[in-house]
Design a protein around this ligand. Structure first.
Ligand SMILES: *Cc1c(COP(=O)(O)O)cnc(C)c1O
Length: 478
């Protein structure tokens, strides 16, 4: 399997060649040159598989044996998807399921994706990526310095996946004193020598701009082997495809049945994996994109107009991991929507990349959206508080704010006889303050994480300065 760019002007590369990179050289995103297909019989044969076996069945079709020998791939996957890594299942759920479902009522389920070390779905892909990185770097004798900016979830997931890994250092910038106490403690309590937490005296966008400036210094980037693990990384999308299959298999008994998924969305990475699962033959009825007040994606699915808003017009909400103004993975879906026409994608993103927008209704492509199963809705702070209260009262289940956005939006799209799976993208313990606001009590926290905030913390406070971060990297890589 080779990977090509959505913009059609980069050489085709193997999985391991694109693993450590971000954008393709032509500015596009990587996709497989074709989507492998799974038949109904193959789907039924998956029913007896463990999560790791299922992941191998799917990923071995996306990664050639000549690229990563399949025996090695199988071992990496088996080491990743264990009940020890994904330990925080709810009472009554089996941690060995890795992504267990939780039935709320007939045809309404949560798909629990947040039982990993940082209590958010990003652990599903990031843990595998950490093991793949270490494997590929050691095989080629390379090292990498991962540089990133985080408002909370991505940074912690990356650090827990890469801590202690040979050949990898992590420099993670976060806005000084702007993450939740829990998120701060999660990251800053890591004492591993290869993890560097840098608290930038500014907001998330300042940290993000510092990362961009370093990445745009091509000489520095090459000399210090700067890498990234942002949400456009193909390896992350690939790993996320697996749990759509797992969720489907958990609530069906035959491949004639269809299910729908509702996905709390920000950068479109999670739901993009659902789209690809559908393209690979998974019988998905609908893929519902749920946004919060930052509804740039909902606007597209309602009107055909994609109009990114810029950081200054991004609201800070109580589902902060979905506070985006521009959905960086959206280009992958649009590539398929316009018939895999890379010249068309180049034309559309020529507008987006210069601060503009595009309208696919005027151009006729928007009529194709229902055939891809997509629909959308958005939620507000009041909805999310009400949904947390209703879900608690009706089912005795506490959900986090992002999952609440999903549950709220899902209601409008339920169909009798078609199971609706709402993706649980974080556990409530991660967003305590919002749960206290909704329910008046703190959510339960896994026993292993009691007292997290009392552990000793390690971080470096830094001014908003590109020179300062460069000097820090120089000083800590020699
Ligand atoms: C990252 C994140 C999202 C958004 O996922 P995308 O892949 O960016 O669409 C939603 N909820 C939580 C809790 C997250 O951490």
């Amino acid at each position: 399997m080779k990977y090509i760019s959505t913009r059609g002007q980069s050489p085709a590369l193997s999985f391991s060649e694109i693993l450590l990179g971000g954008l393709a050289p032509d500015g596009g995103l990587y996709l497989p040159e074709h989507y492998p297909q799974f038949s109904g019989e193959e789907l039924n044969a998956m029913r007896s598989m463990s999560y790791a076996e299922l992941a191998f069945a799917i990923l071995s079709r996306l990664i050639d044996d000549s690229d990563i020998p399949h025996d090695d791939l199988r071992a990496l996957i088996s080491r990743t998807y264990t009940a020890e890594v994904y330990a925080y299942a709810r009472p009554g759920q089996n941690p060995a399921d890795i992504t267990p479902t939780l039935k709320l009522e007939d045809d309404l389920y949560l798909l629990s994706l947040s039982n990993g070390p940082t209590l958010a779905f990003k652990d599903m892909a990031m843990q595998l990526l950490g093991n793949l990185f270490e494997y590929v770097l050691n095989k080629t004798g390379q090292t990498t310095n991962i540089l990133g900016a985080t408002s909370g979830d991505t940074g912690s997931a990356a650090e827990y996946a890469l801590r202690g890994k040979r050949g990898v250092r992590v420099f993670m910038l976060s806005p000084h004193q702007k993450m939740s106490r829990f998120q701060t403690a999660q990251m800053f309590s890591l004492q591993d020598e290869n993890i560097f937490n840098i608290a930038v005296k500014g907001v998330f966008d300042d940290a993000q701009d510092m990362v961009k400036a370093v990445s745009n210094d091509h000489a520095f980037k090459a000399l210090y082997k700067i890498g990234a693990v942002n949400s456009i990384n193909w390896g992350r999308i690939a790993a996320q495809i697996v749990y759509y299959f797992k969720g489907y298999l958990a609530v069906t008994s035959d491949h004639q049945q269809r299910v729908s998924f509702t996905v709390p969305s920000g950068n479109f990475g999670n739901v993009c994996a659902g789209h690809i699962a559908r393209m690979m033959g998974l019988p998905i009825d609908q893929l519902i994109v749920a946004t919060n007040e930052n509804d740039v994606l909902d606007e597209f699915f309602n009107s055909g107009r994609y109009a990114p808003r810029g950081a200054a017009n991004t609201f800070h909400t109580s589902s902060p991991s979905m506070d985006i103004s521009k959905a960086s993975n959206f280009e992958r879906f649009v590539y398929d929507l316009v018939g895999q026409d890379s010249a068309k994608v180049r034309e559309l993103w020529a507008a987006v990349d210069t601060g503009g927008q595009f309208d696919l209704k005027a151009q006729g492509y928007f009529d194709r959206v229902p055939a891809f199963g997509f629909a959308s809705g958005h939620s507000t702070h009041a909805h999310r508080m009400q949904t947390i209260r209703d879900t608690h009262a009706r089912y005795g289940v506490t959900v986090d704010t992002h999952t609440a956005d999903g549950l709220k939006v899902a209601q409008a799209y339920r169909k009798p006889g078609v199971p609706m799976l709402v993706l649980e993208t974080a556990l409530p313990a991660k967003f305590e303050d919002a749960i206290v606001e909704a329910l008046g009590v703190k959510p339960e926290r896994p026993a292993a994480l009691q007292g997290l905030e009392d552990l000793p913390q390690k971080s470096t406070v830094m001014e908003v300065s590109v020179d300062a971060i460069k000097a820090f990297i120089v000083a800590h890589t020699s």
